[in-house]
Design a protein around this ligand. Structure first.
Ligand code: ZN
Length: 244
């Protein structure tokens, strides 16, 4: 079974479609939240993601904020501006669909959480110390997280959580994960590792080395124009070409 893993689409339909086109064929999709916020295509992205095969999708902090589950004052000024714009755009049906999403899912050998397994909607697993503290917060071998928009792997090299180390990833290079790991696929719609290409992860359980990262180019200029035309903060447009 070939699984497409995506996160932090952030209402960027052009990046999402580029990922879906390149990743095809896939049997199922795991989406790690933040479908909306920042970008110009919130309803289109939710509609497209809902239509994907075998979908398992969880809620991110931007999704929770638009539902009133997180105080928008906890966001920075520009993220808040896009949330206020989104309130006027999100269709009632899509709002209802977001409301039904879980904050965390656990099945087979996989846990899905947007932020971290112990604090699924809000905590960033960016630092090694935070990753080590989170290793006891999930029972499966793998926990997939998003939220930082940076593709990376925190992997235990021994039995204890303090044996965890950070591994940066190489696109198009298959690998296996025998130890307990927290794995971040990076962001589809707003990468923040100084690489503007949309990021995603494939898990194919029929391969000896089942995991592989990919990056794909998309028409950034077209998305930037739609962001500006929508009246969203200009920095949401400019940061896309810098991958930050
Ligand atoms: Zn995000």
């Amino acid at each position: 079974m070939r699984t497409l893993i995506i996160s932090d689409v952030h209402a960027n339909l052009t990046a999402l479609q580029a990922v879906l086109d390149e990743a095809d064929p896939f049997d199922r999709v795991w989406c790690l939240g933040d479908l909306v916020g920042y970008g110009p295509d919130p309803n289109e992205c939710i509609d497209r993601i809902q239509s994907l095969p075998g979908l398992k999708c969880i809620k991110g902090n931007h999704d929770a904020a638009i539902l009133g589950e997180i105080d928008v004052k906890s966001f920075n000024y520009e993220a808040r501006a896009s949330l206020e714009w989104l309130v006027t755009k999100l269709s009632p049906a899509n709002k209802c669909w977001l409301l039904g999403l879980e904050e965390r899912l656990e099945f087979d050998e996989i846990t899905l959480a947007h932020g971290s397994p112990r604090n699924p909607v809000w905590e960033y697993v960016m630092e090694l110390s935070i990753a080590r503290e989170n290793m006891s917060a999930f029972d499966t071998q793998i926990c997939l997280v998003g939220h930082t928009h940076i593709p990376c792997i925190f992997k235990m090299d021994g039995e204890a959580a303090d044996s965890t180390h950070l591994y940066l990833v190489q696109p198009d290079t298959p690998f296996s994960l025998e130890q307990k790991s927290i794995v971040n696929p990076g962001s589809v719609g707003q990468p923040r590792d100084h690489n503007p290409l949309a990021s995603y992860l494939i898990y194919n359980d029929e391969e000896d080395e089942p995991w592989v990262y990919h990056r794909v180019a998309y028409d950034i200029d077209q998305v930037q124009k739609r962001i500006l035309a929508a009246g969203l903060p200009p920095r949401h447009a400019s940061r896309l070409e810098e991958g930050w």
